[in-house]
Design a protein around this ligand. Structure first.
Ligand SMILES: CC(C)(COP(=O)(O)OP(=O)(O)OC[C@H]1O[C@@H](n2cnc3c(N)ncnc32)[C@H](O)[C@@H]1OP(=O)(O)O)[C@@H](O)C(=O)NCCC(=O)NCCS
Length: 155
């Protein structure tokens, strides 16, 4: 684990800070607090975790997973712009994989914008492969890429 960053399960009290992260990470279409409330209300099928600085308790990232059976879906993954490039996104993603595996999933899927090079590099480094392209899926005209990672015992 990256020194200085801890992970824990998200709680209702995290929602305002999660909404702040959403606005910073997804300025075009952020989830509002009501959406985050409804996501947390779907636990335990949904599993949300936050990354925080243990000295200040400040949230530096968060991620969510849908545990629907054989295939788990990454609902979201976001890191505070000031904390990027230091392994927090990788830490969160690895923990999602751990949780998916523990819940019995055989693979994990997610969708990413075709122009999101940083996220695509992160997913490629963790073994995700392209399974489908949805042409001009986003309002911006960008394609959506569906990626899948097979979960093996070793990660
Ligand atoms: C995608 C995101 C979660 C990555 O978080 P992060 O904490 O910066 O990621 P990490 O530091 O763990 O880096 C993971 C990999 O991403 C890539 N990466 C990270 N920062 C990068 C940068 N500034 N430039 C290029 N590649 C970068 C690298 O490949 C890196 O692996 P490496 O360090 O081994 O080379 C973060 O950029 C983010 O919140 N983006 C906005 C929201 C978003 O796009 N979420 C994903 C939606 S599908």
């Amino acid at each position: 684990m990256r020194a200085g960053t801890h992970l824990r399960a998200a709680t209702w009290r995290d929602i305002p800070a999660m909404a702040d992260l959403e606005r910073a990470a997804f300025p075009e279409d952020p989830w509002d607090e009501a959406s985050l409330w409804s996501e947390l209300a779907r636990r335990p099928r949904r599993s949300y975790l936050v990354a925080h600085d243990p000295r200040t308790s400040d949230l530096v990232g968060y991620a969510g997973l849908d545990l629907g059976g054989d295939v788990a879906d990454v609902m979201t993954l976001a890191v505070d712009p000031r904390a990027r490039g230091r392994g927090v996104g990788t830490l969160l993603l690895d923990e999602l994989h751990h949780r998916a595996r523990a819940a019995g999933a055989a693979s994990v899927m997610l969708e990413v914008r075709s122009g999101n090079d940083v996220a695509r590099r992160l997913y490629a480094s963790r073994g995700y492969a392209l399974v489908r392209t949805r042409r001009r899926y986003y309002r911006s005209g960008e394609d959506a890429l569906a990626l899948r990672k097979e979960l093996s015992a070793d990660g």
